[in-house]
Design a protein around this ligand. Structure first.
Ligand SMILES: *Cc1c(COP(=O)(O)O)cnc(C)c1O
Length: 361
């Protein structure tokens, strides 16, 4: 926490706004719009619920196909199945580890050739590294397929000076406890299209029709963010940029201290890309080396974790179509996320660095 959060939480108590609406919710939405420089925002209970509502608003239904990054967290894909639609998994490219425009185009053309045009595309900004949004949006425009931009890990990162989350038709942020800033749990949906933000708010509050009694013509959800959580979010937004700086400092220090070892870091492809370095990741020479480092850290009571296991390898998603060349599988085998917290001290980081160095003695 940065310190200001408690002020907003206290004001919720003082004003007795302990509900999924109130001044903090409205204020948080305005703060997000200002931060990301986007027209409209709806505060929700999670990033997952934001993706779910985005799919509903784009008309994704049973039997529809949705293209999504395979190299991601399962929360990108699960909402497709909530709609009984079919995920089509698209491999990453090596520059950013995010959705490959080449495989995206191949997948679209192949699906259209079988008679089925995908209903939506969900690219992800993994670990806060911007995906190649210009190319992805160009392909989306060519085939007229809407884009839901999963920026759950990308808050505070930018591409060509534009914050991530504002490139797609609908953008999604997460404020889960593990993300770069948090509301303890929460998410938002952003869009330049006011209708999407309004419709999301309507669906997220049980889809109540305009009437003095409770009347419903559509399926509703209980997906709104609480005024307490939004208060935490308001304070967190004030420290977001400094948290990003701290994470970048972590990354730079790891890179400098470990540069002599045979491990690799993912660099921003060029000056257009600004990663928030949510997590510092490394890739090693082999699965065995990766495990040696992970277990050496674990022995020192230091948590690290393999990179995301790709969705096309997950037991629950393995039968869905996949377009790619296995890049994410190789990254999963050889890659590791290092401790990257915004509050990590230099001494703590030194312990991590020393433990990794020992694996190469
Ligand atoms: C965390 C995350 C989500 C889901 O966000 P929640 O707020 O935890 O529901 C979606 N996509 C990605 C890539 C994530 O990392």
């Amino acid at each position: 926490m940065g310190g200001e959060e408690i002020k907003y939480v206290n004001s919720a108590f003082e004003e007795n706004w302990i509900a999924p609406l109130g001044p903090n919710v409205n204020g948080f939405e305005q703060d997000i719009c200002d931060y990301a420089n986007i027209g409209h925002c709806t505060a929700l209970s999670s990033g997952t619920s934001a993706i779910h509502l985005a799919l509903i608003m784009l008309g994704v239904e049973q039997g529809d196909e949705v293209l999504a990054s395979t190299f991601t967290f399962s929360a990108t894909i699960n909402p497709i199945l909530y709609q009984k639609a079919t995920p089509i998994l698209v491999e990453s490219e090596k520059d950013t580890w995010n959705m490959s425009p080449v495989f995206l185009k191949e997948a679209i053309e192949d699906r259209i050739a079988t008679g089925k045009k995908p209903k939506a595309i969900i690219p992800v900004h993994l670990y806060g590294m911007p995906a190649k949004m210009d190319e992805i949006m160009e392909i989306a425009a060519e085939y007229q397929i809407p884009v839901i931009e999963d920026a759950a890990e990308g808050m505070g990162a930018s591409l060509k000076g534009k914050k991530l989350g504002v490139f797609g038709d609908i953008g999604v942020y997460s404020f889960n406890g593990n993300k770069i800033i948090t509301t303890s749990g929460g998410g938002v949906l952003v869009s330049e299209n006011k209708d999407y933000a309004d419709k999301a708010r309507f669906l997220a509050t049980q889809a109540r029709d305009q009437a003095p009694h409770y009347q419903h013509s559509e399926i509703g959800y209980n997906y709104r963010m609480s005024n307490i959580c939004a208060g935490i979010g308001r304070g967190q937004l004030q420290v977001l940029d400094s948290w990003v700086n701290k994470r970048k400092t972590n990354f730079d220090r790891y890179k400098k201290e470990l540069s002599d070892l045979p491990i690799e870091f993912l660099n921003e492809p060029n000056a257009d890309y600004f990663s928030n370095r949510w997590l510092t990741t490394i890739t090693t020479s082999s699965y065995e080396k990766r495990e040696e480092i992970r277990l050496a850290l674990e022995k020192e009571n230091i948590e690290s974790r393999p990179l995301w296991k790709p969705m096309h390898l997950q037991p629950i998603f393995k039968d869905y179509l996949y377009y790619g060349d296995g890049l994410s599988e190789r990254l999963f085998e050889k890659g590791l996320c290092l401790p990257s917290g915004s509050n990590m001290t230099e001494q703590q980081q030194d312990r991590v660095i020393a433990t990794i160095k020992k694996c190469f003695d």
